[in-house]
Design a protein around this ligand. Sequence first.
Ligand code: NAD
Length: 503
Amino acid sequence: MSDYTNETGQPTGLPEKIQHYINGTFVDSIDGDTFEVLNPVTNQPYITAASGKKEDIEAAVAAANDAFKNGPWPGMLPCERARVLTKIADIVESREQQLAEMESYDSGLPITQAKGQARRAAENFRFFADLIVAQSDDTFKVPGRQVNYVNRKPIGVAGLITPWNTPFMLESWKLAPALATGNTVVLKPAEFTPLSASLWAGIFEEAGLPAGVFNLVNGFGETAGDALVKHPDVPLISFTGESKTGQIIFANSAPFLKGLSMELGGKSPAVVFEDADLETAINATIFGVFSLNGERCTAGSRILVQRSIYDEFVERYAAQAKRVKVGLPSDPATEVGALVHPEHFEKVMSYVEIGKTEGRLVAGGGRPEGFEEGNFVQPTVFADVAPDARIFQEEIFGPVVAITPFDTDEEALELANNTKYGLAAYIWTSNLQRAHNFSHAVEAGMVWLNSNNVRDLRTPFGGVKASGLGHEGGYRSIDFYTDQQAVHINLGEVHNPVFGKAD
Ligand code: NAD
């Protein structure tokens, strides 16, 4: 029990039910429909959430459109909007523990890691508050003839569709730049984890965001999400989720020619060369796939290890994986908590069974002892995995890793690039030339050299191939959420080839 949980471990201060938030008011679905939200530790429903449909999306988009066309937000000075964003960051920081406990309860993420995510959500708001104030745009001079400048404008209603793996943080990653640039938004959070999204409404109200600027509709992807994507008054869709959902959204947006940003799935390689600092590489590759319950888009879920150190690596890695502590999400000692939902648990467990036919099981392989219910999975390690194995090719999104040996740099590169995905790559070597040459050749949107996934918010975030379309992060997010209008001013004689006076 903490200051924010009761004796059953349930967070105190839970709302009675999770509602939509439209035009500054919490509301039920127009048709009254709800769905049950499960506690991943027991799989028992603990709260209901409003299940949004097309009519609810229509009401939310109408409110956001009205706030964009008639409200103060888009026309406010960047420093005025930044002040609101900074207050949001302050409030999130001051409620970090409570937010983390709610997030951990709803998603099954270990409490210490949920706390890190709450902190990161605050940082995202602070970062985009600073960036929008510092934003400058291009001016070009053609001496004696023209001055041309860029007039950057917010676009309108942004539709934000988010997944369940780190809900609050990922929502902030879209909300902060969309709001900083003066747009209004409709957020459709993941149906497995609607709790923390509902907290934004109170935080935004307290920080002084005008009503109608932020709207929230809960519900399923195929209904609420689909209606948002197909709404003609939503010119932008920022989506994070599975690659195959991204394909559907891409197709559904095509008739409207919407602006799209897509952060999709991954199957990222961690490549360990024989000249790597082995101890650090093992620690990092353990964290890289088992943190956030393995439900991490940038997880290093394929580890490629040079043959000369392969046996030692596998032995030490498996021994350490067996000691990774699976436990209740609320326990500060827990390193791997409960997977988000029984459907996802079944998916991950099915891959564990597939893995037993495709690789050599060296750690884990099932449900941990003492956890007879709930979505708990042992950290699971398969060695000697062939590149055509399903557990090498397909995103599992759980605490399951495939290890494969290689002999040469060329072979390592071929293995690293041998999936449809291209989100991240982690490279472990002490050879500077190899590190850079390999980084440049690997098909990944983001590379970390001798490092875990440590983000600098100014750098581009996103994947190549089936891992995404477009990049967010730093000014790239500002570019996505704004139109850049080119304004041309004549300074001299009007340059006008004269038509119609030939005779
Ligand atoms: P998902 O694609 O099932 O769902 C994501 C969101 O899309 C949810 O809100 C869902 O309701 C909605 N949705 C589903 N179908 C829709 C439709 N037809 N139209 C509109 N919206 C729809 O993904 P998930 O299972 O929630 O999340 C896990 C996936 O997200 C993994 O593949 C993971 O790699 C990916 N992910 C990527 C990043 C990244 O930055 N690249 C970050 C986190 C997660």
